[in-house]
Design a protein around this ligand. Structure first.
Ligand SMILES: NC(=O)C1=CN([C@@H]2O[C@H](COP(=O)(O)OP(=O)(O)OC[C@H]3O[C@@H](n4cnc5c(N)ncnc54)[C@H](OP(=O)(O)O)[C@@H]3O)[C@@H](O)[C@H]2O)C=CC1
Ligand SMILES: CC(=O)C(=O)O
Ligand SMILES: [Mg+2]
Length: 760
């Protein structure tokens, strides 16, 4: 994309559909007169009086505990300089967006129209009662130092100048990891710092706390090297003045191990890079344009470990990785400060996380095949979902241990769960499922293991201990991919098509023939079918040589369903199998049935679908609460469509009186526990939170689950097969790696349940 079109795209993004990037959203109901009398006068007086009695109650009755002010006066906006408060607002709104999406913290961005230190401090102090924390942003040095120092001293909520400490924490974590990869010690490293402003001074202080030696550091500002013999140095610059008799960046870079840029764009040349020691570490962090372009730097030195502040290259060393998570931890223990111990805890948490295996969703988010700790991955990526449970607890613990917390966390597991919860309930349901699978992993045959994404999923399943994969497909392709993915494990690989027949080939063919010989199948046909992967895998499951089967990645549903019906078959007493989809909605998990198979089920078949869904919900460790959906409510229509659903409900009420199921109901009633209670107090669902919707036919079930997926971006697990004799699960074509992993966990849990199951 050209510079011009990038510019246009950025402007359009900010202008449309609404100007700006954040808005205020009410968190309480406001639709009735009663709601309003609670939200505002007279009800609102009650919390006011409670807070007057004890100021701590502000955390109980208002959003103070989760509200951060992002405050700037626009004097050092990114690397754009002093562009004024109004012009800084897009950056401050951007910080607000990042606080929200990464740590669920609400933000008011506040741009203050003064460059006077005292006026600025007075303004922040006067508005501080509103907030749980203050994030100072893009205020130029040296004013930034005095402003932060005073506000920290005079306020009892955490105050952090992000450009100083956020940047210091992230870059220190990245530096420690880069030094480890370059096999260098921080004590010996010769470090050049370009810039002597807010970010540079604070970063350098933290590097010293991590072990860097003052005599090995050279700092430069706009006038050149800050030498001891230079006159009129500010206190901060004097702190880093060098004894070396050099003046220019060019001289400083010679034989340096590390370059850290927190200054302006394009001041580093290829020649300077070439003059550095072997395995140079270069963090060109000026925004939006670095001190040297990423591509030019990596072209110049093959042995470089290169990072920028930008998201469009590997190794983004940017304070976005810090401020959301540092404030999350500080707010959750109501810390009065963000101190050195908390900062160091964040450095270690970030540095360590980069060395852990990377979740697939991070690879997908960044279009990578396999991120692993190394020169192009020295620091976690901002979209890594583990950050929320890695950094805030470390920061909160450090706050408690160093005595600045005013609220104690005692149950750390519960705190971790709450952090997950903040990021949406989707993680929770899937996590529960995966944890269940891990309790007793089962053998899963992947029929299309010669597809990269299937193999990637099998690798995750294996490495996470969710299941034990058996891989079906072309052996050479699978082995090639395994090497690419560094999937180094002793895994069974079977190719039913190969000339050398797999061990059980003849036995499976014989057994299949015995099953199907009265349906026109000959032994010759059976042998031919066994070369087809879905027949072979089906027989593996049927004969108990594996516990479950995952297929359908590259073939249409009917092409997979036929072989599995013929080999595995249905569970005793089941006339027709069906499918359900688990939708991970904001309201919580909801099962929708039958999404894929029965076009127009009879009342009896509908009852069976409900029973099978009931069984599956229990398999997920949830209590089923099922609504039978129609366009009518409890007999309001005598039309045969509504009558069919009513008949299905009658059947269940007779055969399975313990099931919490009722209908027929319209979807909006079904999803509103209070409404059912009010209008239909006799119903089994009155006051209950429905977690399954059985639709009257395939049209409605299928359209509804797809509508949820497409319009609301709701994640879906499924279609999950209901009523098969043994666990077999068919993916949607081209399912994502995460979807395959989730379906594998379903298959394992299904196998665990089928082991001990009596009847549906
Ligand atoms: N990647 C990240 O996460 C972050 C990146 N940054 C980037 O760091 C830069 C500085 O930000 P910040 O510290 O807040 O701003 P400040 O205004 O506080 O500091 C800017 C510093 O850069 C120095 N400088 C200007 N021109 C040159 C030059 N040609 N050579 C060497 N130094 C020079 C200035 O020197 P003098 O003192 O003489 O004026 C000053 O010390 C910005 O580009 C910003 O985007 C900042 C925070 C986070
Ligand atoms: C990232 C950031 O805060 C800056 O460049 O100023
Ligand atoms: Mg900034």
């Amino acid at each position: 994309m050209s510079k011009q079109s990038k510019r246009r795209e950025a402007l359009l993004y900010h202008a449309k559909p609404k100007p700006g990037k954040i808005q205020v959203v009410p968190t309480k109901s406001y639709s009735t007169q009663r709601d309003l009398s609670l939200a505002y006068s007279p009800g609102v007086a009650e919390p006011c009086l409670e807070i007057e009695k004890d100021l701590k109650n502000a955390y109980k009755y208002t959003n103070k505990g989760n509200l951060v002010a992002v405050i700037s006066n626009g004097t050092a906006v990114l690397g754009l300089g002093n562009i004024g408060p109004e012009a800084s607002k897009p950056v401050m709104e951007g910080k607000g967006l990042l606080f929200k999406i990464f740590a669920d913290i609400d933000v008011f961005d506040i741009e203050i129209g003064t460059e006077d230190i005292e006026e600025f401090i007075a303004t922040v102090k006067n508005i501080a009662p509103t907030f749980g924390g203050i994030n100072l942003e893009d205020i130029k040095a040296p004013e930034a130092f005095e402003i932060e120092r005073r506000l920290k001293e005079e306020l009892n909520i955490p105050v952090m100048h992000d450009d100083q400490h956020g940047t210091a924490i992230i870059s220190a974590a990245a530096l420690l990891n880069a030094l480890e990869l370059a096999d260098k010690k921080i004590e010996d490293a010769v470090i050049v710092i370009s810039g002597a402003g807010a970010a540079a001074v604070s970063c350098t202080r933290l590097y010293k706390s991590c072990g860097a030696k003052a005599e090995n550091i050279v700092m430069l500002d706009s006038k050149g090297v800050i030498r001891e013999d230079r006159e009129n140095l500010s206190d901060e610059k004097a702190e880093f003045a060098s004894h070396r008799k050099i003046d220019t960046l060019e001289e400083a870079m010679k034989d340096a191990d590390v370059f850290v840029g927190l200054s302006v764009k394009d001041i580093v040349t290829p020649e300077m890079l070439l003059s550095m020691k072997a395995n140079p570490i270069v963090f060109a962090m000026a925004n939006p344009d670095p001190e040297i372009e990423y591509d030019l730097a990596v072209k110049t030195r093959k042995d470089i470990i290169m990072a920028t502040g930008r998201s469009d290259h590997p190794n983004q060393v940017n304070n976005v990785l810090g401020f959301p998570f540092i404030f999350r931890g500080a707010l959750d223990v109501r810390a009065t400060k963000i101190n050195e111990a908390m900062k160091m805890a964040a450095v270690k948490a970030l540095a360590n996380l980069a060395k852990e295996p990377v979740p697939e969703q991070v690879n997908i988010a960044y279009g990578e095949t396999k991120l692993t700790f190394g020169r192009e991955y020295i620091i976690p990526k901002p979209f890594d979902p583990r950050l929320i449970t890695a950094v805030p607890p470390a920061v909160a613990k450090a706050a408690m241990e160093s005595g600045v917390a005013t609220h104690e966390i005692t149950d750390w597991q519960k705190y971790q769960d709450e952090l997950y919860e903040r990021m949406g309930s989707d993680n929770k349901t899937i996590r529960l499922l995966i944890n269940r699978a891990k309790l007793k992993p089962k053998r899963i045959v992947y029929t299309e293991a010669d597809h990269l994404d299937v193999l990637k999923a099998a690798q995750i399943v294996y490495e996470e201990g969710i299941g034990i994969p058996v891989l079906l497909g072309r052996k050479d392709v699978i082995k090639d991919y395994m090497e690419q993915l560094e999937f180094d494990a002793d895994i069974e690989i079977i190719d039913p098509k190969s000339d050398v027949k797999p061990e059980k080939f003849d036995e499976y063919a014989e057994k299949f023939w015995m099953k199907r010989k009265r349906t026109g199948v000959t032994l010759y046909d059976a042998r031919k079918l066994m070369t087809e992967r879905n027949y072979f895998a089906g027989m593996m499951v049927s004969e108990g040589d594996v516990d479950a089967m995952i297929s359908g990645f590259s073939r249409s549903y009917p092409l997979v369903v036929k072989p599995v019906f013929e080999t595995i078959g249905k569970f005793d007493g089941v006339n027709k199998v069906a499918t359900t989809n688990l939708m991970i909605t904001k309201r919580g998990p909801i099962f929708i049935s039958d999404t894929s198979l029965n076009i127009d089920p009879t009342a009896k078949e509908l009852a069976q679908i409900a029973r099978m869904t009931n069984y599956t919900i229990k398999m997920f460790g949830m209590e089923p609460v099922i609504a039978m959906i129609s366009y009518a409510n409890f007999g309001s229509s005598k039309d045969p469509h509504a009558t069919k659903v009513r008949e299905a409900v009658d059947i269940i009420h007779k055969t399975n009186p313990d099931m919490i199921l009722d209908g027929e109901l319209q979807t909006d009633f079904a999803l509103n526990a209070e409404l059912i209670k009010k209008k239909f107090p006799f119903s089994k669902l009155a006051g209950k939170k429905v977690n399954a919707l059985i639709f009257p036919n395939l049209d409605s079930a299928n359209s509804n689950y797809k509508l949820l997926k497409e319009l609301n971006g709701v994640e879906s697990i499924g279609p999950i097969m209901l009523g098969m004799r043994k666990p077999v699960h068919i993916l949607q074509m081209k399912a994502s790696v995460d979807e395959i992993v989730n379906m594998s966990a379903v298959a394992v849990v299904d196998a665990q349940q089928k082991e001990k199951r009596g009847k549906l």
